[in-house]
Write a protein that binds this ligand. Sequence first.
Ligand code: AMP
Length: 433
Amino acid sequence: MSFEKLGLVPELFTAVDELGYTKATPVQKRVIPLVLEGKDVMATAQTGTGKTAAYALPILQLLNKKEIKEKTKRVVRALVLVPTRELAAQVGKSIEKYGKNFALKSCAVYGGVKFTPQTKKLERGIDILVATPGRLLEHIKQDNLNLSKVEIVVYDESDRILDMGFLEEIVTISKMIPKKRQTLLFSVEQSKAVKRFSELTLIKPIKVVINNQGDLAKKVRQTIYICDQDRKSALLSFMIGSRNWHQVLVFTKTRKSADEVGAYLEESGLKTLILHGDKAHSKRTKALRDFKAGTIRVLVATDIASRGLDIEELPHVINYELPGDAEDYIHRIGRTGRAGSEGEAISLVCKEEKSVLKDIEKLLKYALKVEFFEGFEPKEWIKKEANKHTIKAKIERSQEKRSKTANNVVGMRRKKANDRNAQKKATIKKRKK
Ligand code: AMP
């Protein structure tokens, strides 16, 4: 369906046309008309499904309709709350591009960068503000903005906002926004946390569910390589090198292992950068830029750091370690196979991680393909295989076979004797009668 048919004005559909969006994605088809009608919406959609445009385009149209007089100072009329700095920066940029034919002003505020340039932008007046909860509250404390004129609020990746421990901040911010407003709640997964969020924000929204988790994961070719933990780094570097992969996103469970794996790959001659929460924002932005541009081959990231990453058509995602939470597996592999392109997700799984693997399969509702990578088979398995071919094992096997045959013969004899006894007893019984 074209954007025009969804009720968007020419300024918007020409802007998205220039970005190469020819057809609306499913989430856009469902959400755009509802937002234009002023409805509260609760939508479940993964990053990469076009959810930013699904809320940003109708918001721009609604705010533009009520364009304020040139001389009055702009106040925040739409607030978009997001969990991470990366997502804030990305959403901020998208809104600028979508609204380029309007005179509306937008900006993104988030931590890890200087405060003053953000303050100056806010002072000049903003219509649409994208923010992470922590930095937003800091600006409010400094009296840099007030939220009393907010007409529309978006909680983007609301489940992640709660996962990251922003509940208190959300409660505080929600109290500062007028009760009479339009609320749009987006989440990656349907979970109890999201239900709680909708209760917290006091809305009775229209629910939209796009792409259940299993469907999304089915689009990605998934392989599990069972191997020993201490051989994972070697296998990882061999796999990337021998298959000549050039844009690989590697996930680790902790910052420490991200650092270790990153250092190992770099030493093996693969140009690698590490992305995790300890890194300064400027370093994280640079890492992402270089990775997107293809100047580095491998990006090693933790789950938190990867949220909201928009890297289109990423061909390979490797889970160096499975995530602690099965739902994060879906989120990780959602980085590949985006926008209809086929992707590949590989997981290196050691013995200790098999229970997490079971949890993931339960969530996906199907079993994953499990293999060994030649030359990196687990030691325990190699030992078992080797045992099969030793002389001792051969003798043991033939002894076992012989004793089975002997048991069978004894068993058969016993059966025949039992049958004979039964027959005798039956004849005696008959005679007595
Ligand atoms: P999002 O889910 O908002 O992070 O969007 C994921 C990616 O899809 C971004 O790179 C968008 O620019 C792109 N995108 C969003 N809507 C469309 C569309 N209708 N057609 C093609 N690409 C789109």
